[in-house]
Design a protein around this ligand. Structure first.
Ligand SMILES: Cc1cc2nc3c(=O)[nH]c(=O)nc-3n(C[C@H](O)[C@H](O)[C@H](O)COP(=O)(O)OP(=O)(O)OC[C@H]3O[C@@H](n4cnc5c(N)ncnc54)[C@H](O)[C@@H]3O)c2cc1C
Length: 381
């Protein structure tokens, strides 16, 4: 039961069709291999670029697809349906490109955004550190001016595709303690003193590499500072508002995949002489799963529509991230349950869906932090 496409316009339906064709033809067959090996699916990113799908929401003059953010999210949901780790990489890439498009100079847009939007380059995003997670404004990596450049020193944590990306949007401290002392930099792959120090061994998202990064007098030219000095935290937060919608769409794609696998399994598996899903107790669980998915889908699409209309959407993005990823967690747990013992073994994808859902509740602000964002909006001035 794929996502209901009835109310989409012709272009959106064509886009989802193209992504679906790519996924069924070239992505679906290799998911288990990449996940088992814990390997980044680099050839798939290259192919995505060739298909013109790596810069969907960016202007055509910079090599992008000129699509709305709503349309881009349809593609992300479809990618996540087939391979979550891959969809996460594309979502993070888009988050990095968004920042360049929104806060970059003309030269940075021409030089960096056009490479990102065309898929020649892929981007990553690095805010988190060992001592600074939810409290991101307390980060301690430093950037000190040296002639026409900055020297960056410190360590970053949890950077998705940090070692694979061609450029990392990286936040470092140029000033005093707190949010206003932070600046944003575009650190190119191969910069001397900048390296992936350790790849994490994770519960899920195994084909989405997560890196500890080290910066040891890494020299970044001033022309690669994004925005003015002190604007880095604002850039980081604006990028997260946008990125959270990508994570919400990932949650719905993953949840839909779990529901569909469960529908298949429970109609084929027979106990007491009839399919397992002929029991009303099972049907009630399936009904709740389908309803929550549809509610989540409406929520993220509503937030995206606000974004496309130029309206403030920060609270709705947090609500969508919170709800859609909690839905993904609940549904993947139920998917394992409804597979019985077969849900607990790697022969079926249900256990991977459940492991993958957990990561969605943690990244781009944990779901406690989403509640904090929503609560502050509701009660603040
Ligand atoms: C697989 C993976 C990929 C990631 N990719 C990236 C990436 O590409 N770039 C990047 O910059 N980061 C990335 N992250 C980091 C992620 O964003 C952080 O893990 C997350 O923001 C939480 O920070 P923390 O791990 O330091 O937890 P902490 O902030 O230490 O939180 C620990 C617990 O305390 C809770 N908590 C903290 N403060 C509050 C509060 N005020 N109120 C209520 N509860 C609170 C949290 O919700 C959490 O449950 C990634 C993480 C993972 C696991």
């Amino acid at each position: 039961m794929p996502a209901d496409l009835r109310l989409l316009d012709d272009d959106q339906r064509a886009l989802v069709g193209l992504v679906r064709e790519f996924c069924t033809g070239e992505v679906a067959g290799s998911v288990e291999d990449y996940e088992r090996r814990g390997e980044d699916p680099a050839p798939l990113y290259a192919k995505l670029g060739e298909l013109g799908l790596s810069g969907l929401p960016f202007p055509e003059e910079y090599g992008g697809g000129g699509q709305t953010y709503s349309s881009y999210l349809l593609a992300i949901e479809e990618l996540a349906y087939h391979h979550l780790s891959f969809a996460i990489g594309v979502s993070v890439h888009t988050l990095c490109a968004f920042a360049v498009g929104e806060f970059g100079t003309d030269a940075q847009r021409k030089e960096v955004l056009s490479k990102l939007a065309s898929g020649e380059w892929y981007g990553a995003y690095s805010l988190s550190e060992s001592g600074s997670g939810s409290d991101a404004a307390s980060l301690s990596t430093t950037a000190v001016r040296a002639g026409g450049s900055y020297l960056l020193n410190g360590g970053k944590l949890w950077c998705t595709r940090g070692n694979e990306a061609d450029v990392v949007l990286l936040m470092a401290r140029t000033g005093d303690a707190g949010a206003k002392g932070i600046s944003a930099f575009l650190v190119a792959k191969g910069t001397a003193g900048f390296a992936g120090a350790k790849k994490e061994e994770k519960m899920g998202w195994r084909a989405s590499p997560t890196w500890q990064l080290t910066l040891d007098d890494a020299e970044v030219p001033e022309s690669r500072r994004l925005g003015e000095e002190g604007m880095g935290f604002r850039i980081a937060m604006a990028s997260l508002d946008s990125g959270r919608l990508g994570i919400a769409a990932c949650g719905i794609g993953l949840a839909q995949a779990a529901l569909d696998a469960t529908l298949d399994f429970t109609s084929e598996r027979e106990q007491f002489g009839r399919p397992v899903n002929a029991n009303q107790g099972v049907q009630f669980m399936l009904a709740d799963m389908a309803t929550e998915i549809e509610a989540g889908r409406r929520l993220y699409r509503h937030a995206a529509a606000l974004r496309d209309a130029g309206e403030d959407y920060g609270m709705q993005a947090a609500q969508a991230k919170l709800f859609c990823t909690d839905v993904a967690m609940r549904i993947t747990i139920d998917a394992v349950q409804l597979h019985g013992g077969y849900g607990y073994v790697t022969e079926y994808p249900a256990e991977r869906f459940m492991r993958d859902a957990k990561g969605l509740q943690i990244v781009e602000g944990t779901n406690q932090i989403q509640r904090f964002v929503i609560g502050r909006r509701l009660t603040g001035p």
